[in-house]
Design a protein around this ligand. Structure first.
Ligand code: GCO
Length: 459
């Protein structure tokens, strides 16, 4: 069967600043919370950090060449706030702005649409020392940062993403402690962080409208498909709550100016709800242009009164990626339908991809499972488009293997294999396959389209 995509479908790849740039002390860059967190012993696999990463800061021209070779129409990257304002506040660092301006020019030279994310988790440390996202003042500094970047790049950059996965910034940073700044079990603090992040989102949407003629803007939320581990009523109720914790909490305020009913009542009861100003929900729900969907997998939920929150995530019976995430391609279709139920906006899949145990053998990397993973997700995405959903683009996570947060360099998601000894980038077979898909604007495939990858030999 031929999977043909709309003629102007935007084929892309995605990265983020702290994961690829390196050059952390170069050209006036200030410290971010990820510099501090990754240098804190015991936080990152092998105590690795992003000091060098893929050295993209110095190799960006080579990397744009690779994107041109791949034939992508768009490149999603993130701008490091602490390169623009090293103290997060007032002292503008022109060299930081220059880097992103040069990157944009390089992309446009190759007719690649820049799709920058303003905030991909790397808050300036100086602001963290002032309470970080718990402090509402940080929202005002984010407004200044957004305004500055829009003014400088808005003449050439028309598509913008405000935040990457505010769920991760708030819950992994303040509840599980896996991410910077690394607090644990601080649910109330996580919810005020989430509220201020959503405010920052709404404020920068408004500034974009004023400052970037013809600009379009959205948010890139993680969207997990949450299913009950069984048909029993307690599991179904737990799954509904986890769906609100993971998804509703970061979509409903933007879509309809309110937090999810059931969960906000529960948070209210235990005194966790953040302070909500008179205008806050109106600011957060400032109309935006598209949903960015970062889709990877589903989560199965079982009720368990002994566990924190009264539920637990259980492993399913599908094949898993190297991250331990189930391969559930039907979830990309369900995620598209889900976000458009919150509000019927155009959708970009702003991240999708898999970590696998890639091996360099005689200078080559055969990553068939990644090709099959991307193909199966694209086939379900294609179904959503055929059914009339306005899906405008797809960004593979990620262009090159890079710093995978708490996993350090141990997880490889790239279409390019990064040899961390030499920093050479080597195209994997998935790079050549994706290049073909882009040039054909689609692909042939006759495999049975399954919801999820059943484990072939479970034992
Ligand atoms: C995320 C982040 C990326 C990750 C990718 C793989 O969605 O978690 O945006 O930075 O590296 O998703 O985990």
């Amino acid at each position: 069967m031929r999977y043909e995509f709309p003629k102007d479908f935007l084929w892309g790849v995605a990265t983020s600043a702290y994961q690829i740039e390196g050059a952390v002390d170069e050209d006036g860059r200030g410290k971010s919370i990820w510099d501090v967190f990754s240098h804190t012993p015991g936080k990152i696999h092998n105590d690795e950090n992003g000091d060098v990463a893929c050295d993209h800061y110095h190799r960006y021209k080579e990397d744009v060449e690779s994107m041109a070779e791949l034939g992508v129409k768009a490149y999603r990257f993130s701008i490091s706030w602490c390169r623009i304002f090293p103290d997060g506040k007032k002292n503008l660092n022109e060299k930081g702005l220059d880097f992103y301006s040069k990157l944009v020019d390089e992309l446009l030279k190759h007719e690649i649409e820049p799709f920058p994310t303003l905030y991909h988790w790397d808050l300036p440390q100086a602001l963290q020392e002032n309470g970080g996202w718990e402090n509402r003042e940080t929202v005002n500094w984010f407004e200044k940062y957004s305004y500055t970047v829009f003014k400088r790049l808005g003449d050439r950059v028309k598509n913008w993403i405000t935040l990457n996965e505010p769920f991760c910034s708030s819950f992994l940073g303040y509840v599980t402690g896996e991410h910077a700044p690394g607090y644990r079990n601080e649910v109330k603090r996580a919810l005020s962080v989430a509220h201020n992040l959503l405010l920052a989102h709404g404020k920068s949407v408004k500034i974009l409208r004023e400052e970037v003629r013809g600009g379009r803007i959205g948010i890139a939320n993680a969207v997990n498909i949450v299913s009950p581990a069984s048909e029993n009523e307690d599991d179904i109720r737990s799954a509904r709550m986890v769906d609100e914790i993971l998804n509703g909490w970061y979509h409903e305020p933007i879509a309809s100016g309110k937090y999810p009913d059931e969960l906000s009542k529960m948070y209210e009861f235990v005194g966790y709800m953040p302070e909500i100003g008179e205008e806050d929900m109106k600011i957060i729900s400032e109309p935006m242009d598209f949903w960015g969907v970062n889709y990877y997998s589903r989560v199965l939920v079982k009720s368990n009164p002994e566990k924190f929150g009264g539920f637990e995530w259980v492993g399913g019976d599908l094949e898993k990626t190297d991250m331990g995430w189930e391969v559930y391609p039907k979830g990309i279709y369900e995620a598209i339908v889900k976000v458009r139920n919150y509000k019927e906006l155009p959708v970009y899949i702003t991240e999708n991809g898999m970590a696998d145990r890639d091996e360099l053998v005689d200078g080559r990397v055969e990553d068939r499972r990644r090709i099959r993973y991307i193909k199966d997700h694209l086939r379900w995405l294609h179904k959503a488009i055929k059914e009339g959903h306005d899906v405008r683009g797809y960004f593979v996570w990620t262009l090159m293997d890079n710093f995978e947060w708490a996993h350090g360099y141990s997880k490889r998601f790239g279409l390019l294999y990064t040899d961390y000894r030499t920093l050479e980038r080597i195209p994997k077979s998935s790079f050549n396959w994706y290049k073909e898909v882009i040039s054909e604007n689609g692909f042939e495939d006759d495999e049975e389209l399954m919801d999820g990858w059943k484990i072939e030999n479970p034992n």
